[in-house]
Write a protein of this length. Structure first.
Length: 162
């Protein structure tokens, strides 16, 4: 039976490209992204808004080097009766993850920092990672640097099987 978890970060200043979320599924526990919500608090007004590219990427195979510069929060169970998550998470890595394997661009879009990013796909459009074996991760990436230091907060909702 699938369980849902939130992976939040709060009040983090970002000045460069970054991995907002890096999710590493546990072996034999497929995951899927249910929603992404990201906003900012310090740059108001027309002169301060940025239109930024973001993506969801799936890294598979070979060597995957995790990003760094962020934090590794414990995923939060949404139902208190559920077990702890099997997957691990990192947020706001300012040195982005890399791979010598396959870097698949699964989803690409833009968002206006003034209004934020809210992505809630229909069930058939949810991005998934089906296996780990230490060779599969999902990433939500800020593809370009904001025009000035921007203080972001965000939450990723993840569903885990198993």
């Amino acid at each position: 039976m699938p369980r849902r978890y939130s992976v939040p970060f709060d009040n983090v200043a970002i000045t460069t490209t970054a991995d907002f979320f890096e999710i590493n599924p546990a072996a034999d526990k497929p995951i899927r992204f249910i929603s992404i919500d990201i906003g900012q608090t310090n740059r108001a007004g027309d002169a301060n808004e940025d239109l930024l590219r973001w993506s969801i990427r799936r890294f598979t195979g070979a060597t995957i080097t995790s990003g760094s510069g962020g934090t590794a929060p414990t995923p939060v169970v949404l139902s208190p009766a559920d077990a702890a998550a099997g997957f691990t998470a990192e947020v706001t890595n300012t040195t982005i993850a890399t791979t010598t394997g396959t870097n698949t661009l699964v989803y690409a879009s833009t968002f206006n920092t003034r209004v934020g990013l809210l992505w809630i796909p229909t069930p058939d459009m949810q991005v998934q990672a089906v296996d780990n074996s230490a060779n599969c991760i999902l990433i939500v990436r800020l593809e370009e640097a904001p025009g000035a230091s921007t203080t972001f907060s965000g939450t990723l909702i993840v569903e885990e099987e198993g």
